[in-house]
Design a protein around this ligand. Structure first.
Ligand SMILES: [Zn+2]
Length: 431
């Protein structure tokens, strides 16, 4: 999916010089219905007029300029472009744990894999993704984001935390290697103590980070680290949050046990990933502070399924069972306390399955409007982009997808996206 015409258009504009005025591109989407996710309403027979990348009119009878391209979606339901807030692009763990897989992947391989995976996410309906740290030592996701932003490749809008900053021996370190190898094997970004932490945050920002990601507790698919233990001291958590916010960046924590969740929330982190073993007092604090929650439910279902058939190591399966049992309770508690829960798939599995996170959340919270908001308008709000994306509203970017049947009637309909538009460009149209 290289964008054809990119080089040609660039040349023409260069030749025409300063008096060149690109012609406006008008598109009308004739939607059978539109889902208004902010007001939880289904609007019938809507036409959406788009000028270049922006929605300019919506209504039952919209006058379009002559020459406007018409897309007939009259048998489809139009909804805002979907958002995945936990989309690793180079963390495929279908056949290995974190520290087995990562050292076998070169930077070149990762860049190619990241681009392919970003495009796969776009094709299933995710027009915006947040990368919450990725494997490897370099910055493939940053290069992929930049190439998409320059218009050279099709792909989703991306906000990137390049690495998951980890304590020595933590979830982001590579812990399976013998200590007496000629060169010590460390994870991509290990930082201990406030000084190193501040420097690590600055290093991420230096190379283009939009977000900072921290491994606040141990994890499941890694060796020797404990999901129940907080990986940093309160002073270290504070150093992370202060440094990220001082540079006007947002910060998120991978955290399973309550100690780590609590410490990150108290330090002022913007969001928490997983939070599988959250206690009620912490949930209340998150609600009070407006901390967003990305539970990543489908991935644990996937790990538990594979573990039962021997597809993952006994140690990791044991950890998955420990966190899995309490995960649904944490999610229901968060819902009860009005914490904003967001869609995040944590794709360490084949990328196309990321869309199944919607169904995994609906299984725990049977409120399809809420689940749809989790993957559209509420994600946009966390990203600070609510005025640009997240709903089909005049003035916002034309990030629009369509499905043959409404996900409000049955959330699994969202897995059948047949039309994708990002910033006014049609990426896919099977209808
Ligand atoms: Zn993850």
């Amino acid at each position: 999916m290289i964008k054809s015409g990119f080089i040609g258009v660039g040349l023409v504009l260069a030749v025409m010089g300063t008096c060149a005025q690109a012609e406006d591109q008008w598109t009308v989407l004739k939607c059978g219905s539109v889902l208004d996710v902010e007001n939880k309403k289904t609007l019938q027979n809507q036409q959406v007029l788009i000028k270049n990348d922006t929605i300019t009119k919506i209504g039952t009878d919209v006058q379009a300029p002559g020459g406007a391209k018409v897309v007939d979606l009259s048998k489809s339901v139009c909804l805002p472009g979907l958002m995945d807030m936990h989309a690793h692009l180079v963390t495929d763990l279908t056949s290995a744990t974190l520290d087995q897989a990562s050292p076998t992947q070169s930077y070149g391989y990762n860049a190619l894999m990241a681009m392919r995976n970003a495009q796969t996410l776009l094709s299933v309906g995710f027009t915006t993704i947040r990368v919450p740290g990725d494997m490897g030592y370099y910055y493939p996701d940053i290069e992929v984001r930049n190439a998409i932003n320059r218009g050279e490749y099709q792909g989703p809008r991306m906000l990137v935390a390049p690495h998951a900053i980890s304590a020595l021996g933590g979830h982001g370190d590579y812990n399976s290697y013998a200590p007496d190898l000629p060169h010590k094997v460390l994870g991509p970004l290990i930082a201990d103590g406030p000084e190193e932490i501040r420097k690590a945050v600055r290093e991420e920002i230096k190379y283009g980070a939009d977000w900072i990601k921290v491994m606040a507790s141990g994890g499941v698919m890694s060796q020797h680290d404990d999901p129940e233990v907080a990986a940093y001291s309160p002073e270290e958590f504070k150093a992370f949050a202060d440094e990220a916010h001082r540079y006007k960046k947002k910060i998120t924590a991978h955290a399973h046990g309550d100690a780590a969740i609590r410490a990150a929330v108290e330090a002022g982190f913007d969001s928490i990933e997983h939070a599988t073993m959250m206690e009620e007092a912490t949930a209340k604090l998150m609600a009070k502070q407006g901390t967003y929650y990305i539970p990543t439910l489908y991935v644990l279902d996937w790990i538990l399924d594979r573990g039962a058939t021997g597809g993952i190591s006994a140690n990791n399966y044991e950890k998955a069972q420990l966190v899995g049992t309490m995960h649904s309770d944490s999610v229901k508690m968060a819902y009860k306390h009005n914490i904003k829960i967001l869609i995040g798939s944590d794709p360490i599995f084949p990328m196309k399955e990321a869309i199944k996170e919607f169904q995994a959340l609906a299984k725990r919270i049977p409120d399809n409007w809420y689940v749809l908001q989790a993957g559209t308008i509420n994600s946009a709000e966390m990203l600070g982009l609510k005025d640009k994306i997240g709903s089909i509203v005049v003035g916002k970017k034309a990030d629009i997808v369509a499905t043959p049947a409404s996900p409000i009637d049955d959330i699994s309909n969202i897995e059948k996206v047949s039309f994708v538009m990002k910033s006014g460009d049609v990426v896919r149209n099977d209808s």
